[in-house]
Design a protein around this ligand. Structure first.
Ligand SMILES: [Zn+2]
Length: 265
């Protein structure tokens, strides 16, 4: 079983409006609206995106490899910009919301989340507190991140939440198993792979990251599963994994330092 998922974050009207002190997500993930339109058009010329959700797509797959567009964090731009660009092309997205950020500056409030769902988009959990290193959490901490977050979203949506994405990309088997135990049926992580795994009945999907330096053509290439760009991401990811394993906690400190230098400089 294979699927191609692209992981986006913020889309702002103009890139210099991306205020990292408010948004929390690193600015190097942000795209401006015009560039985002070009990304979507590149994807559309290469491969139509199914309107259906992953869970629905699974039932009617056959040999087709579906493509999913995902947006992490629950930023307000999901409501003010991204959703309407997807809808203009008759597509729907997967929006993953960090529940403790709901209604805080720069993030969607409950009514915006509810409206996106009514418009046919998928709303999933992106944990409750967006922990920096999920794979280091204890079992009760993981259980709490998923269950608190899903409960809050379920209260808002009036339906069960079945999808989620891992915060900050620190995935482990334990993270997948805790998601399954919380009733999550589809979990997106950040491993740049097409193969779909499974943990205790929960499907585990990788994602190819789209950053501000990714050209629109790059998104199109990734969506078609082109070997070179997909492989390039996998190579970088594996190298990063080694760096994380060697540096441990200091990797996070160095990363934070680099990010703050990049966003403020
Ligand atoms: Zn995130």
């Amino acid at each position: 079983m294979k699927a191609i998922s692209l992981g986006y974050h913020d889309v702002v009207e103009q890139l210099d409006q991306s205020d990292d002190s408010v948004r929390r997500a690193p600015a190097y993930y942000a795209l401006d609206r015009k560039t985002f339109q070009k990304h979507l058009d590149e994807i559309r010329t290469r491969k139509p995106i199914p309107q259906v959700t992953f869970i629905e797509a699974k039932k009617q797959w056959g040999t087709q490899v579906p493509v999913f567009l995902t947006f992490d964090d629950g930023a307000e731009c999901a409501y003010t910009c991204i959703a309407e660009e997807l809808e203009a092309r008759d597509w729907r997205g997967h929006f993953f919301v960090t529940s403790s950020w709901i209604g805080t500056p720069g993030f969607m409030d409950s009514s915006q989340i509810r409206e996106l769902r009514k418009r046919g988009h998928i709303i999933g959990s992106h944990t409750h507190t967006h922990p920096e290193r999920m794979s280091n959490l204890t079992q009760p901490q993981l259980a709490s991140e998923w269950s608190v977050s899903c409960n809050i979203l379920e209260q808002i949506l009036g339906e069960r939440v079945k999808t989620a994405s891992v915060a900050d990309g620190y995935y482990s088997k334990k993270v997948g198993q805790s998601a399954a135990a919380a009733g999550i049926e589809v979990l997106f992580n950040s491993e740049p792979v097409k193969s779909v795994g499974e943990e205790h009945g929960c499907l585990i999907l990788g994602r190819y990251a789209v950053k501000s330096v990714t050209a629109p053509k790059g998104s199109g290439d990734l969506a078609t599963g082109a070997i070179l760009p997909c492989f390039a991401q996998l190579g970088l990811w594996e190298a990063k994994k080694v760096a994380k394993a060697i540096a441990g906690k200091s990797y996070l400190s160095v990363r934070r330092l680099l990010l703050s230098a990049r966003t403020r400089g």
